[in-house]
Design a binder for this molecule. Structure first.
Ligand code: SAM
Length: 219
């Protein structure tokens, strides 16, 4: 009756092969994001024993945990600006026994990182245009954290920063993978990535056939 999401009532949500604790402090993981994690797993360098992944805006930690769970040896640094979401991600990492390989840092994008280079930067950032948020179903607009959804006037505020900053944190040839709102926004993000020197920029479709995911490699 309160239009509370079922996942909040249950307190858990499945994501690929793991089950995560969820709640009002972090976005409920969405099924389409499972495809973003799958793409990251596909691009993990096969000959590197401990590839390094940076997950920007980790929320519940779903992408970071799924990658570490499915690729033994992978290390993930999960970055999150919301201390409450970061605490939830840390709980999920610990509950899944992944604390040795997944670290969660409270950070504005890459700000908390030292001098490291990752094989992959992956992010499902806030990408909704601000004016769209009140039009969403109450399960989303009232119950998901606003900071997890609100991407500014065109939905591109955080994405622009990630595309600009990611090359500094990637090895040459390393991949940046992003989830977007799709459609026009996806085409704009492809142009932004090419403009920042990313090569082999391509889009992938989500489960509904929307061109939603962007990937490219640092030159
Ligand atoms: C769309 S949610 C995605 C959460 C999770 N990765 C997922 O796929 O379910 C975006 C996340 O980015 C975080 N975020 C927003 N701005 C950020 C910033 N400047 N630096 C780091 N994280 C940020 C939000 O708090 C939120 O957890």
């Amino acid at each position: 009756m309160n239009r509370e999401p079922l996942q909040h009532v249950l307190g858990t949500a499945p994501f690929r092969h793991v089950t995560l604790r969820v709640g009002p402090d972090a976005l409920v993981p969405r099924p389409e994001t499972e495809l973003l994690a799958e793409w990251a797993l596909e691009l993990m360098p096969p000959t590197v024993a401990s590839p390094l992944v940076i997950d920007v805006g980790t929320g519940t930690g779903c992408i970071a945990c799924a990658i570490a769970w499915e690729r033994p040896g992978a290390r993930v640094i999960a970055l999150e600006t919301s201390p409450r979401a970061a605490a939830m991600a840390r709980d999920n990492v610990a509950a899944l026994g992944l604390a040795g390989r997944v670290t969660v840092e409270v950070s504005d994008l890459f700000g908390a990182l030292g001098t490291i280079r990752a094989d992959i930067v992956v992010s499902n950032p806030p990408y909704l245009p601000t004016e769209l948020i009140p039009t969403l179903s109450p399960e989303v607009s009232r119950h998901d954290p606003r900071i997890a959804m609100d991407g500014g006037p065109e939905g591109l505020t955080v994405i622009r920063r990630i595309v600009a900053e990611a090359p500094a944190w990637l090895v040459p040839g390393g991949a940046l993978l992003l989830e977007t709102f799709g459609g026009e926004q996806a085409r704009t993000v492809a142009d932004l990535m090419r403009g920042r020197g990313f090569e082999a920029v391509e889009t992938r479709r989500d489960l509904a056939g929307v061109e939603r995911f962007l990937g490219g490699r640092r030159a």
